[in-house]
Design a binder for this molecule. Structure first.
Ligand SMILES: [Zn+2]
Length: 134
């Protein structure tokens, strides 16, 4: 379907890097995609041409979703502000993976990055908060 001379770009900012999830513009959430030729994009000069490779690959892979999943997991490396089991300040250890190791099978009742209560069904399916994203 898509011509290999064409590049899929975000229809709001006309940048492939946005559609690929690299640098998402403000409107990217509601934006769709359109195809532009490399010549058209070069004329616009909005981004480095290295984003214009493999349009087919990006077409199929829906990288925005992949990128979102990546950024969700990234929080697990942030320092925790609240103790996930007791809801108190200054958790020890303050790194999620280290906390799990240190406290073993202790259920995480609080989201340690926001301090909010976790939903009981989330606790049931993910007792130690491996899937917490924010
Ligand atoms: Zn955009």
């Amino acid at each position: 379907m898509s011509d290999s001379n064409k590049v899929v770009v975000c229809d709001a900012c006309l940048q492939a890097s946005c559609w690929q999830g690299e640098f998402m513009c403000e409107k990217s959430r509601d934006a769709g995609t359109i195809e532009k030729t490399r010549a058209e994009l070069a004329k616009l000069g909005l981004e480095h041409p290295h984003y214009w490779v493999n349009p087919r690959y990006w077409d199929k892979k829906k990288p925005k979703v992949a990128d979102m999943a990546k950024s969700k997991l990234a929080i697990q490396d942030d320092r925790m502000l609240i103790d996930p089991a007791f809801g108190t300040d200054k958790p020890y250890p303050s790194h999620a993976a280290q906390y799990r190791e240190y406290h073993g099978r202790c259920a995480w009742l609080y989201n340690p990055w926001t301090g909010k209560d976790r939903h009981p069904s989330d606790i049931g399916s993910d007792p130690t908060g491996l899937a917490i994203c924010k």
